[in-house]
Design a protein around this ligand. Structure first.
Ligand SMILES: [Zn+2]
Length: 263
């Protein structure tokens, strides 16, 4: 996303997004292996002043209330055995000087199933007039999140109990996301935006050319330090006038499969 003269101009949706909402300073929440390489404060560049932008945020816990199978590793045979941490969905709603709205939702999920996206989009569009292009639903792609099955093809492979639990959870998740977005849109207040870049060096290319393409796929899912990688961390900070709270949205391109825990 880029801020220019108080208008929404572009949204990059192809990477992991994390929204941090905190009551004070945010510097400690951003993992950065190297110091920032560029700094381009939108406010300085475009002459933004508090009042041209409005923003609202909301947070909702989305931790399942009963043990569910976790997504991400097909070799799991048992439901979650505990709760290492709470899972969250967070929404940041922005409104520019022309009244154009944008809502970005981040979530601790493996992904956003198409039916979930369509249902949330339809409900928010009908109730609040938000067009589809103004809603971005993003998942952190955690491999320790709940199983999300919403199509008949995906459900038919599951036991009766697994079907019931994922159907119930997906319905509850849909309702929770709708309330989350409504709350963010209802909380608009004059805000100041700033945009900068940081750098984090832990991501690595995982596309290795198969030395023997006659066997298997032409490319293997294997570490390849010689190939390109994107270490850029775009950061959007939102602050509100006369308020101590801050919201920080940052993105990073990586496949976070490092945790193989069942909780
Ligand atoms: Zn994955």
């Amino acid at each position: 996303m880029r801020s220019a003269r108080g208008t929404v101009t572009r949204v990059a949706a192809c990477r992991l997004l994390v929204l941090v909402v905190c009551p004070c300073a945010f510097a400690d929440t951003l993992v950065s292996a190297d110091p920032p390489v560029t700094a381009d404060r939108a406010g300085d560049e475009a002459g933004d002043e508090a009042g041209e932008w409005s923003a609202g945020v909301s947070v909702a816990a989305i931790t399942p209330q009963q043990p569910m199978m976790l997504e991400g590793f097909g070799s799991r045979t048992r439901p979650a055995e505990g709760e290492a941490t709470e899972w969250y969905a967070k929404a940041l709603a922005l409104r520019d000087a022309r009244g154009t709205r944008l809502v970005i939702v981040t979530s601790d999920l493996i992904g956003i199933p198409r039916p979930l996206r369509e249902r949330v989009e339809a409900r928010i569009g009908k109730r609040l007039g938000l067009p589809p292009e103004s809603l971005l639903l993003n998942a952190s792609h955690t491999h320790c999140g709940p199983e999300l099955k919403m199509t008949s093809t995906a459900l038919e492979e599951l036991s009766t109990q697994r079907q019931r639990r994922t159907i119930e959870y997906c319905k509850w998740l849909e309702d929770t996301l709708v309330k989350l977005i409504e709350k963010a849109l209802a909380g608009f207040a004059p805000a100041q935006l700033s945009y900068s870049h940081a750098r984090a060096g832990f991501a690595m290319n995982r596309r290795l050319k198969n030395p023997d393409p006659r066997r298997g796929e032409p490319y293997l899912n294997h570490l390849n330090p010689k190939r390109p990688v994107d270490h850029d961390v775009p950061v959007l900070q939102v602050s509100w006038k006369n308020q101590a709270r801050r919201a920080v949205l940052f993105g990073y391109a990586c496949h976070n499969t490092t945790l193989f825990v069942n909780e």
